[in-house]
Design a protein around this ligand. Structure first.
Ligand code: C5P
Length: 228
């Protein structure tokens, strides 16, 4: 299991300060909409400059018509800085296949994951939009993702095992909504701790606030790495 840290702070300076503190750890860094919209590609370069071994997950959750998604995927892949990026599975199989087809020959292409259901949904709010239970729909979307040649999914730890059973053990599951040691859930509705993530064969845990809101982020990262 790998740790992926969300860099969701209000400025590049604050994000980089945390990254500098943890520069010797074997971790992935998640750059989301906030950081990327504000700080752009240069921020990705700044992260690699701190330690070229850092792996970067660009969490922009692409969702558009197939050609537009593939255009964006191609640009991200050509950066040569991104190790994982993601799309929304509900954009459909055609969109996911178009993305994979477009980037397949780019050297060292990033891994691609598709978001099944956002971890901020509870079952009721999810059903109001999709007319289906969250777990049923997440597994269906994961199967579409697998059939489209995408490398894995972003899902909650509660769905990880079922998704692997319905696809393949090697199909990647990356799970946000992790509160490693039972910390405050914030706006996340379905949170899991480290033992639960392990039991459910989660490949990547994504942790944001429990790390960057702590007075000593480095200690939290160290403790998480000792436990995964
Ligand atoms: O602070 P916290 O640990 O809740 O951060 C979780 C991160 O994972 C946030 O950056 C959020 O945008 C992201 N995320 C999520 N649910 C998804 C996909 C990404 O919470 N389905």
């Amino acid at each position: 299991m790998k740790l992926c840290i969300s860099l969701d702070l209000p400025s590049a300076k604050e994000n980089l300060a945390i990254v500098k503190e943890i520069k010797d750890f074997d971790v992935w860094l998640k750059v989301g909409l906030r950081s990327y919209i504000r700080d752009g590609k240069e921020f990705l370069e700044d992260l690699k400059a701190i330690n070229p071994k850092f792996k970067i997950f660009l969490d922009l959750k692409l969702y558009d018509i197939p050609n537009t998604m593939a255009d964006a995927a191609e640009e991200i892949s050509k950066f040569g800085l991104v190790d994982i990026f993601n799309v929304h599975a509900s954009a459909g199989e055609n969109a996911m296949q178009t993305v994979m087809e477009r980037i397949k020959d780019i050297p060292n292409r990033p891994l691609v994951l598709a978001v099944t259901a956002l971890t901020s949904f509870d079952n009721e709010s999810f059903k109001a939009i999709y007319n289906e239970d969250i777990s049923t729909k997440a597994t269906k979307l994961a199967k579409d993702t697998y059939n489209s040649g995408v490398d894995g999914v972003v899902c909650s730890a509660f769905e990880s095992l079922d998704i692997k059973k319905n696809t393949s053990d090697s199909f990647i599951t990356l799970c946000p909504g992790i509160r490693p040691f039972g910390e405050d859930a914030g706006d996340q509705k379905r949170v899991a701790d480290i033992p639960f993530a392990k039991e459910n064969s989660v490949d990547f845990i994504v942790v944001g606030r429990p790390i960057y809101k702590d007075t000593n982020p480095k200690d939290v990262v160290k403790k998480i790495l000792e436990n995964i």
